[in-house]
Each structure stands twice: as structure tokens, then as C-alpha cells.
Design a protein around this ligand. Structure first.
Ligand code: ACO
Length: 430
């Protein structure tokens, strides 16, 4: 007989099925608990709640393991490319040569923006945050491709995926150029995915930017490392929105908004701002670490993770890449020395050791992007570009699930109990 859990409340017992995943993670299925007992489970922040069964990404936070569709992240970072990893995350297998070629061709065919979409950029003030622009533009894209938005049109899904992954890169580059007051640079069909992004960001009409292959590789690797991360805040948001059968663009646009927050994708920007703040104030690493420990409102950005309690495997790969890129570009960034020293001091301090706080993926990625010349406000946009395959794959998984229901959590209400309406004249206060 399949294993079951028993929950005893007073003199009543309830048996609950145990679900086991392919990596032997076990979960108590409480789906019928309320019907049986009137009870719901409460897990503020979802730290202990499995919201779905998924086949895309496996993480073991205790052992620092991350795999997309079974493939270890270090092997993908070393040997794959972003388009190939994107296909893997979305469709479940490494693509054949023909599949990758078709997917790459679809991305190339879809890399330009509709002239109507380009006009939208004029409506944003130069100070607008590029994440807000990205989210708005992804939503606007839906208006230009209604046929690909239907959830049941999965045969057209490949084109929708290629279109989205390709165009977010163009949107990112155009928002950067527009904010800087520079002419928009159009994509080049002869360039690969990441080289094309760098071209659109850094070429000028009479001064083409020739991307260094090592720089292209480092940024491509950043995209691979960000491609998916199971049920994080933004991916859960995409799944939540998608569960209402909202279209792919609307769901992914919501994911961009969730990623924008400083506790999520916004952390890479906050890491650089934290380091430059220390530099400008002339504050020592030791004094800052003390402040973090004393004042709970000050966080060591780029440290800590809900799931990784040993190390973040992405951080180790990014740290090695950071050293390589700076050496290749012949740059010495004092922020890198500060980051290294912060890591060293924090990892010896019982505050961080006891709480299992280690550098996460954001700790060094900002230093690489800074070395490439990407401005700090664009860092989270780079994260969003990388995360597209994961969001798209999860949206597809929600829509392919024959048992899918709209996501609708419950709550424990703790507000005022019923009371009568008080007319204005009877209310206290000003
Ligand atoms: N600096 C200082 N203290 C920290 C940090 C940090 N970066 N992170 C966690 N803590 C402390 C908390 O204050 C808490 O201490 P307490 O037990 O004394 O109250 C304890 O560690 C546990 O922290 P929680 O906030 O409960 O951890 P949670 O899992 O909710 O948060 C998070 C994870 C949001 C990533 C957190 O570690 C954090 O804010 N880090 C800084 C922001 C960051 O780098 N975000 C990027 C995450 S990775 C990503 O999105 C790609």
C-alpha cells in the first residue's frame, strides 16, 4: 500500500497521501484535507508548501544541487548555449541540430519590433525604470500577436516562445538606447543571441561594437545560470497568472514585475549600490558587517537564499567567470576586491554561518555586467532575459496539465469580527 501520513486533531484522525518525486522528495498531499476536516494548512511565505508537481528544475538546497531537466547546472554553464538551454527548459530535451537551428531561425525572424511597438518608447520618461518598461512592453506585444496567445494553440507555441525570448532582448536594448537619448540600433541577423544584444546596446550608427567572444560567453553563461529556478517568486507569479488562463505575454509580464523587487531579481542592482555606497562613505567592510548584524533593516545584499543553505552553485560559477572577464578586459574593479573581502568576513562570522547565509547568484553577476559596461539599472533586465525560458516552460506546464485548476490559496482571517456600519458623524478622530 502507498505510504500515507496521519494527522490527528483532537480525537479525529485523517489519512493523507504521500507524494514522492523522482529525486525522492516527499510531500504530504493535503488537497482533500479541508473537505475531510474543515482545516486548511497555514504556511506564511510558502516556505514549506509545494504549489505544484513540476518536471523542469530540481534543486537540493542542502547539497547545493541545481539541474534543469536532469542536467547539472555546471555542465550546462560549461557546454551549452543560452538558446539551447532555453529549448531544454521549455520543451524538456536537449534539441537536435535541426530543432536548435529552427528555433534560432525563429528567433532571428522575430528579433525586430513592430513599428507600432517602437512608438511606445517615446511615452516613457527617461527616468523610467527599464523593468517597468519591459513589463509594459511585453503586455503590449500581446496586442500584436493575438493568434499565438491562445493557450490551446500549443502547436504554435514554439514560435510564441522564440518570439518572446527574441523580442525581450530588443526591448531591453531599445529602452537602454532611448533612456540615453541615443538612436535605436537594429538587430543584426548574422549575430547570435547574446552578441546581438551587446551589438544593439553598444553599437552606434557609425561605430559598430565588436563583441569580445569571452564577454559574449560570460553574458551567455549568466543567462544560462538564470534560465530557471523552480518555484521562486516570479515563476510562481507566472504560474499563478497563467492558471487563470491568462495569455503567455500577460503572465510573463507579471513575472517581470515580481522579479523587479529588491529581495528577488532586484538584488543584483542592490549589490552594486551597496558596494558603491560603502566606497563613497569610506565605510570599512567590518563596520558594515557589524551594522548588518545589529540592524535588521540592513541586509548584506547578494547573500542568503530561501532554498540554498550550503552554497548557491550558480554563485561559484559566476565568481570564476568574474575573475576571467575582468582579467580579459584588463580591468581592476575595486568593487570586486570589496565583494571578495565582504564574502571572506561574512563567511567567518557566526551570524552568517549560523543562519546558513552564503553568496547567491547576484553577488558577483553585477560586477561582471558592470565590467561589460551594462548600467546598473539594466541588471535586473538581464536577469529577466535569462529567466524567460523558465517562465515560458512553467506557463506551458500549467497549460498542459489536464488536471490544472486556477491557483487560489486560502487564508486564516485575523481581522475585525462582524460590526455595524458607523456613519461619518459617529466616527472618532479627525
Ligand atoms: N543579510 C543579513 N541577514 C540576513 C540576510 C542578509 N542578506 N538574509 C537573511 N538574513 C537573516 C534574517 O534577518 C533572519 O535572521 P533572524 O533569524 O535573526 O530573524 C535569517 O537570516 C533568515 O532570513 P529570512 O529573511 O527568514 O530568509 P528568507 O528565506 O525569507 O529570505 C532572502 C531569503 C530574501 C534571499 C534573504 O536572504 C535576503 O533578503 N537576501 C538579500 C537579498 C538577496 O540577495 N536576494 C536575492 C535572492 S536570490 C535571487 O532572487 C536570484
Amino acid at each position: 500500500m502507498a505510504e500515507q501520513a496521519t494527522l490527528t486533531v483532537g480525537d479525529q484522525s485523517y489519512t493523507l497521501p504521500i507524494v514522492e518525486g523522482t529525486e525522492h522528495e516527499r510531500a504530504v498531499d493535503i488537497g482533500k484535507l479541508r473537505g475531510q476536516s474543515g482545516l486548511i494548512t497555514l504556511d506564511d511565505g510558502y516556505g514549506n508548501t509545494g504549489s505544484c508537481v513540476s518536471e523542469i528544475t530540481f534543486i537540493n538546497g542542502e547539497e547545493g544541487i541545481l539541474r534543469y531537466r536532469g542536467y547539472p547546472i555546471d555542465e550546462l554553464a560549461e557546454q551549452s548555449t543560452f538558446p539551447e538551454t532555453a529549448w531544454l527548459c521549455i520543451f524538456g530535451e536537449l534539441p537536435t541540430r535541426a530543432q536548435l537551428s529552427r528555433f534560432s531561425d525563429l528567433m532571428t525572424q522575430n528579433q525586430a519590433l513592430h513599428q507600432g511597438l517602437l512608438h511606445h518608447f517615446a511615452g516613457f520618461p527617461p527616468s523610467a525604470h527599464p523593468m517597468g518598461i519591459l513589463s509594459a512592453m511585453i503586455n503590449a506585444m500581446a496586442a500584436y500577436q493575438p493568434v499565438l496567445m491562445q493557450p490551446e494553440q500549443l502547436d504554435l507555441f514554439e514560435e510564441a516562445a522564440a518570439r518572446l525570448i527574441s523580442k525581450v532582448r530588443t526591448i531591453a536594448a531599445v529602452s537602454y538606447k532611448t533612456a540615453a537619448g541615443h538612436p535605436v540600433i537594429h538587430p543584426r541577423p548574422d549575430l547570435g543571441y547574446t552578441a546581438n544584444l551587446l551589438h544593439m546596446m553598444f553599437s552606434e550608427p557609425y561605430a559598430p561594437y565588436e563583441p569580445d567572444p569571452d564577454v559574449v560567453r560570460a553574458l551567455d553563461q549568466i543567462f544560462i545560470l538564470h534560465a530557471d529556478h523552480e518555484q521562486n517568486c516570479s515563476t510562481s507569479t507566472v504560474r499563478m497568472v497563467g492558471s487563470s488562463q491568462a495569455n503567455l505575454y500577460a503572465s510573463v509580464a507579471a513575472g517581470v514585475c515580481a522579479l523587479w523587487g529588491p529581495l528577488h531579481g532586484g538584488a543584483n542592482q542592490k549589490v552594486i549600490q551597496m558596494l558603491t555606497g560603502l566606497q563613497e562613505r569610506g565605510e570599512s567592510i567590518e563596520s558594515f558587517v557589524e551594522r548588518v548584524k545589529q540592524d535588521s533593516s540592513v541586509r548584506l545584499m547578494g547573500f542568503g537564499h530561501r532554498v540554498y543553505k550550503n552554497h548557491d552553485p550558480r554563485a561559484q560559477i559566476i565568481k570564476a567567470s568574474c575573475d576571467k572577464v575582468l582579467a580579459k578586459l584588463g580591468q581592476e574593479d575595486p568593487l570586486l576586491d570589496m565583494a571578495r573581502r565582504l564574502e571572506e568576513v561574512a563567511l567567518q562570522d557566526p551570524y552568517f554561518v549560523d543562519r546558513k547565509l552564503y553568496p547567491n547568484v547576484d553577488f558577483y553577476s553585477g560586477i561582471i555586467m558592470r565590467a561589460i559596461g551594462i548600467p546598473v539599472e539594466m541588471f535586473t533586465v538581464m536577469f529577466a532575459i535569462g529567466r524567460m525560458p523558465g517562465w515560458i516552460g512553467h506557463w506551458r506546464e500549467v497549460h498542459q496539465n489536464p488536471k490544472a485548476r486556477i491557483y487560489r490559496p486560502r487564508q486564516v482571517y485575523n481581522g475585525a469580527t462582524q460590526r455595524g456600519y458607523v456613519p461619518m458623524a459617529g466616527r472618532s478622530g479627525k
